[in-house]
Design a protein around this ligand. Structure first.
Ligand code: SF4
Length: 149
């Protein structure tokens, strides 16, 4: 499982400082995708458990959450990394373009963003978006956290 880049992000999971890994091999080909560099599986660098654990350790008193941009197509590896993050007391989130992902992945998540990117509908801050930001434990859609008053 390769990642294209790693960033610390503040807005993708409201209220959390997230370690964000963008995973290569997305096959959805959304119209207007801003991240077509993620389409090729072989792009980027291998996200080994060692690399991942090092990041968790490096940011352990600074960040609060681990966010994967994709990667559900590598179910077993993704589940393993999510478990590692949870063991280190990080919250977990997945942004996927799918409508849902396997139960094995959902069981390791605190939040999931579902839905393809559709330019005419916009992202989570749009009131007409097709995308959903869901809190897993309560199974509640929390898009309101992204909409500015
Ligand atoms: S899910 Fe994301 S990365 Fe994949 S094609 Fe759609 S916008 Fe691009």
């Amino acid at each position: 499982m390769n990642y294209y880049d790693f960033q610390v992000v503040l807005q993708e999971v409201p209220g959390e400082i997230s370690l964000c890994f963008s995973i290569c091999g997305c096959s959805l080909q959304c119209e207007g995708c801003h991240s077509s560099f993620l389409w090729k599986e072989e792009n980027g660098y291998e996200l080994t458990k060692a690399v991942f654990s090092e990041k968790l350790q490096q940011y352990k008193n600074l960040a609060t959450c681990v966010l994967f941009m994709g990667g559900e197509w590598h179910k077993d590896q993704l589940v393993d990394l999510l478990k590692l993050a949870k063991n280190k007391q990080y919250k977990t989130c997945l942004y996927t373009g799918e409508e849902t992902v396997s139960k094995d992945i959902l069981n390791q998540l605190d939040w999931i963003k579902t839905g393809k990117w559709m330019p005419e509908l916009g992202g989570l801050s749009s009131e007409k978006t097709n995308q959903k930001f869901i809190e897993i434990t309560s199974n509640t859609i929390k898009n309101n956290l992204f909409i500015k008053n």
